[in-house]
Design a binder for this molecule. Structure first.
Ligand code: ATP
Ligand code: MG
Length: 220
């Protein structure tokens, strides 16, 4: 029943936080040593290998960060920002990643002057997760647009990736559901949590074989 389900998830959450917390120390040790090795042996030949140790430890760090944050209530530092600027800032760091992945991004920011009050760092995190998912789904085209519906300002991210199977639609928003070899299944749940902490809505539409559309709606 619902109560058992809640208990179950809070136990998982507590365990995840504990593990995440303890895993941080060895990660820190590994990356510190790798940095020293990099200084000593980081030539063009072996630097590559050390660099990939560093990158992977960074990935682990990000994962641990996600796990630690997942169970906690979010504290937001909200500031008003024009939607267009918010989108630009959020996508800024992603251009080389998109280029490497052979994915085009189209931004139609008409209506981008209207402001929303948000924690930009958190929203950036949401964009990263959404874009990464689209690329993982084999998208070659992503469109980001701004809209408005009744008393909501909307940001819509649409991709032409492989889409989500109808049978998976209810599962993808739940923590730890993944169809990927090395996925954690925390991306979408974190996005939803962040947007809802802003008093907004996080909606997902998808059709297998056609693509996926995510709408983030903020109250005026
Ligand atoms: N844009 C998308 N297109 C197709 N499938 C998607 C898309 N976004 C999410 N999914 C599906 O939803 C699942 C859950 O996504 P979520 O971001 O929560 O976790 P993940 O991507 O598997 O792992 P992580 O984000 O932690 O690396 C994915 O494994 C994938 O099957
Ligand atoms: Mg993901």
């Amino acid at each position: 029943n619902e109560l058992q389900r809640k208990k179950y998830f809070s136990t998982i959450g507590e365990m995840a936080s504990l593990i995440a917390h303890e895993v941080r120390n060895p990660i820190f040790a590994i990356s510190s040593i790798a940095k020293i090795l990099m200084q000593k042996y980081g030539g063009p030949e072996d630097g590559r290998f050390i660099d990939s140790i560093l990158r992977e430890t960074e990935r682990l760090n990000a994962l641990v960060e996600d796990l630690l944050n997942y169970g906690k209530p979010l504290s937001l530092e909200k500031k008003p920002v024009p939607v267009g600027k918010l989108i630009n800032n959020s996508l800024n760091g992603l251009s080389s990643y998109l280029e490497e992945s052979g994915c085009k991004l189209e931004l139609s920011a008409t209506g981008g002057e209207t402001t929303v009050s948000v924690d930009q760092e958190r929203i950036k995190q949401v964009f990263y997760n959404i874009i990464r998912n689209a690329v993982d789904a084999g998208a070659t085209q992503i469109t980001v647009s701004v809209g408005r519906e009744r008393r909501f300002k909307k940001i819509v991210v649409k991709d032409n990736g492989r889409g989500i199977r109808a049978a998976d639609m209810e599962k993808v928003m739940k923590p730890f559901f993944t169809t990927k070899k090395s996925g954690t299944g925390l991306g979408l749940p974190i996005c939803k949590k962040i947007i809802e902490a802003h008093g907004g809505r996080f909606l997902l539409k998808s059709k297998e074989g056609e693509g996926t559309e995510i709408t983030m709606a903020f109250k005026e």
